[in-house]
Design a protein. Sequence first.
Length: 316
Amino acid sequence: MADLFMIGGATPVMMERLESRFTIHKASDMDDPQAWLVENGASVGYVATNGHDGVKPEYMAAMPNLKAISCYGVGYDAIDTNAAREKGVVVTHTPNVLNAEVATTAVMLMMACYRELLRDDAWVRSGNWEAKGNAPLTRSVDNQTVGILGLGRIGQAIADKLAPFGTTVVYHSRSAKDVPYRYYGDLTEMARDVDCLICITPGGPSTNRIVNRDVLEALGPQGTLINVSRGSVVDEPEMISALQDGRLGWAGLDVFEAEPKVPEALRALSNVVLLPHVGSATHETRDAMGALTVDNLLQHLEDGTVISPVPECADM
């Protein structure tokens, strides 16, 4: 059977399917995965990984006969796809099957910020409702102008889910698309014109800290920032400073720069909602992602083709 190097975990269903066709070598079971690859990497034809762990450059270099990398997740910025292509290695990911779930998470974060979900939950639990009366008023989610940074598949799913709220959707991406929303070529200008900015652009060097001080200040003290893309997309120290100073109103975050480490200063803020990178974390969606991860590997093993290769150029 073909040798598969596994980075990160896999569900029991995934393991059962993979074990029927591959000899699996788990990095998590090794004291020194790099040393193992130096010794045995020439036999490895396939890698299964995830969007967070990716494939270290030194790992890839130690697998000269690698044929395909199957990534469990839509994001693949932790894999050097250019280096893979130069080596003739196919890289796949799991788009589409998680679009709806991540979009739901983005809208959930927006609603939690606007309606002060955490504050009002604490108001009830602390006894303040009985002792002090009704909680302060919140903001309506209806009829807001929402800017989407990165109108790819998930961005479009977010726009669709916002439609019942009477939302005016605008967007910023690398180029204009054939969609019924206003396009902004300048992100700062868009931030100035919206009530809420939702980030769903891919990570990587081209979008590193694209949401910077200028963008945050343009969004302003009544603005809300939602990030369900990558922590690297937002300048985290500048965001924390803006939230502390009131230059930015609210933030709903599912991703962070050095996750799972989240700065204490951010955790201490009351005007943020924090999630542990769970945008696609439902049983149904993760099962579908796992199935596609395995399907890509099995199909390549069978005929050299894959179902969902990463695009030549990430869709921002």
